[in-house]
Design a protein. Sequence first.
Length: 195
Amino acid sequence: MRSATVTRNTAETKITVEVNLDGTGQYDNQTGVGFFDHMLDQLARHSLIDMTVRCEGDLHIDDHHSVEDVGIALGQALTQAMGDKRGIVRYGSCLLPMDDALVRAALDLSARPFLVWNVDLPTAKIGTFDTELVREFFQAFSTHGGITLHVDMLHGLNSHHIAEAAFKAVARALRDALEVDPRKADAIPSTKGAL
């Protein structure tokens, strides 16, 4: 089973992340940041990754450290759970509509982290959540997950819809990329022989 548990403790956050890449999208995410929990739930549900996240962060300052550090820990858990990446499809993409929002995500589980972020969230906040933290999460997740990740907003008016479409699009792309290729289940998907 492709699963991992990562614990990350700093002066700013105490985090435990558990993932099972061969799950059914079950989730139990508690970070103290309501909107972020909702986004993590979407990430789990639509990627079919079973995910449990616990975070105690310095929310008396703001949500930044909690969101970024969960991204770091989740990326590390993904990397551990994939192992040598034998058999995975490796690439995934999704064009995801959500009401007024249309977001495209494309990714490569390449071990070469790079984020291209073309998403314009029209408001500074969604409830009490700083919208700039959506990008911060994906920057941390792609860096520590070794993911080349492109996220492009093609249309959108509502910040909640745009952010949620981004999480769902990345989730669906991850689902595709993490699938085991039945034609090459024992091979590393690279001509180099390693990822």
